[in-house]
Design a protein. Sequence first.
Lengths: 165, 765
Amino acid sequence: MLVTLCVNGEDSTTDVLPRTTLVDFLRHSLGMTGTHVGCEHGVCGACTVIVDGDAVRSCLMLAVQANGAEIMTIEGLADASANLSPLQEAFHRHHALQCGFCTPGVLMTAHALLRQEPNASKERIREVISGNLCRCTGYMPIVDAIFEARSSYQPASPATRARGR
Amino acid sequence: MKTRPQIVGTPLERIEDHRLLTGKARFVDDIHIEGMLHAAIVRSPVAHGLLKGVDTQVARRMPGVHGVFSAEDIARDFGGVVPRIAIRAIRIPELEPIEQWAIATKKVRYVGEPIAVVVADSPAEAEDAADQVTFEIESLEPVTGWRQSAAGTSPLFDLPVTNRAITYTAIKGNARDCQGAYTRKERFRVQRHSGFPMETRGLLAVWESNAQRMTVYGAAKVPFFARRTLAAAMRLPLDAVDMIEVDVGGSFGMRGEFYPEDFLVPFASKRLNRPVKWIEDRRESLLGSNHSREMESELEIVCEANGRVLALRGSVAVDAGAYVRAAGVIPGRFVALMLSGPYDIPNIHVESVLYLTNKAPVGTYRGPGLFEADFFRERLFDCAARDLGIDPVQFRRVNLVEESQMPYRLATLDFPEETDELDSGNYRATLDQCMREFGWQEKIGLQGRLIDGKYNGLAVGCFIDGGAGGLKEHARIELENDGQVTVYVGSASVGQGLVTILTQIAADALQLPVERIRILHGSTTYLKEGVGSGYSRSTVMGGSVVLLAVEELKRRMRDAAAKKLGCSPDEIKFERDLVMTAGEKKLGWEQLGSLGLAAEVEFVNHHHTFAYGAAAAHVAVDPRTGKVDLIDYFTLEDLGRVINPLTARGQAVGAAVQGLGGVFLENLYYDADGQLLSGTLADYMMPTATDFPSVRAEAIGLCPSPHNPLGAKGGGEGGVIPVGGVIVNAIAAALVTMKIDPKELPLTPEALWSLIQSADGRSSV
């Protein structure tokens, strides 16, 4: 089946088997291996991508279901010259990653959350991020990093203006 | 001379992070090689049975299939014998008959044991064809616990004739005859659980028939051992096999040991003369990657009336699973060897018996044997302290090893004989500091109190964390012609921040900015020999060999500079940024960079390091539901010398949360048929962000290790070790009026609720 979708601002049309999951399509058809597979049953959140603005587990969605969708993956978070986004920078500063395998999924969940709720409380952040398993950090630094990055998602913040994003 | 500010000891943000944050990392499943095929493994659905036959005919004809291999096919290539998975840690002849075959031959011994390998164009086609492999298994009585194993009604092997794999005994003084004013004997149990990194295991094997070479991507933890094992199993010369370490998504002891698939996938690649990739799925991970922790102890403590411990004696039954794998004996050895932890206990006699069962084989999980030992010992200590009417903190204080007793000898273990020494430390100082920073004095008034319907409880416990295992580490250092220094090191990265740590150490030693240092690690292509990571060794052993390498490079640079400047090497002084001076004369790396100066060194170490510390917890227990809230948890560890406080704290917090998962959530639960009932992450529950939001940790450098030039001690595991003992002691303290003494993990709400329901004089809340 032909699937047309837009990933990180680039349109593509690809022929895929109907049973291909969205994550396998992204990783193996498009070669975008930043999105990871941790359980293939929708629990760990490592495969989280943003589909039409919402954080979605790409192991539970078929590629054909994403036809016509706008998708953002970890590869689209930093800018074109690979400068880290404020969210990524906060993860770096807070040591919010160790092995880094769950990190792309965590970042996508956090990015979708802060775009929708830039004033999310720590409790809210913790609640939302509880859908992503991390085996290394114990989550404390992840929550701190997301909380710190909130300002860059708030519309009138000086940080947003300064970065022009 | 003007020196650079010291980088060791500063919270340098990690060098590894950028690629990992931007999706540019390269984990093994991210590698794509043209012509690559995919493997799927057919696994036994039966826990114990005679394998009567495997039929691969239908599967072979399925679309996209290139090959299907059973034990018969494999044996044909190896003179009729299926290779076995060699024990890595402490291999003795007695254990060789129970090493695992790379694929099941005449018998299956656990659900998940490989029966056949299917290789196809895509993973989906390989899985489709795997479903078409048929086999006949004549079921035998499954052995699903150590008691049943001990009864011996259903032996797993012809030899040994019993299901007792081995009995280790740890002895010190004369514990058997020891008498004291107080004794108490208790049974404790820790459930089966394990590390389960977020990245499942996987490998990509590439056989090049022209060169007769095997390259395996995805090695972790101990790549050099894996190379030796694979070369021996495939009957290839050592230098025809290379292990390539790419990004590794966590190990926690489990990942990187040699497993059946580490033979089966390279075998398939060689037979088909194509690259073959296999990525474990989560079900396979839970079914077949090394399990750990499952033990039951019966221990007796002997004390004087003042709480001084005179002896610990008893036995530990280890449910070892179906075979003894690479590091399968370690938990059972360490639980006995290190049962005394940081305490001065003059008499010890502990037997640790490894029982074979029809469950997945065990291996190491962060703090192997020590998490269990701490739970047993610290629980027993609190029981004894309460009986004797002694404050549990005071009980610990009088029994801690004193600084003046260092080095302090632990018990002696057999098969083979092994003992160990606590190297250095001020154990009381860390206990005091832990309590201070936890706020013990401010919180102790809450002990046992019912507030808002929940009982509050506090506890503190002490621990040791053995490190620097493995005798050696290796490194090669090169001065590049652009002024960079490259260090190739045998240590492996499993996600712990190895590159940052080793860069900090090298930067100080070379007086160079971190940007001019490049650390390359793990792969067997870099060095002739190496060891890896595990046993909290990568900072101590890797860091020490980096120091040696820098010294050797400087010696060679000094010799070369002396020749150029026409002076003796002794006159050469090193300034910062690789500038050398002799009196007024001066020379920089620019004049030496083209000489190809390099050195290969090894660091040899016969002593383990023992980091140590204390941890404290404050819990609130809801007696109506059995739910426990963790109000505060603080863990303090003396690492001898802290290289990077940011990553050290990260290790401790992450390890503590893993320990909390082991206390409350994680359980590899088998039914009476030997079927794993927690085979998904919805059933095998790992901690999430909402479970334990109040965990704090600190690493200090109080008492350096005398055994390595850094003074550092291994610190990756200390965070997990005390968790079981401290948490359950806090729960027992909260429920002291109900006389509840939980003795088994996991302490799920249901388990605790049941204890509360059955307790005498239970509260009417």
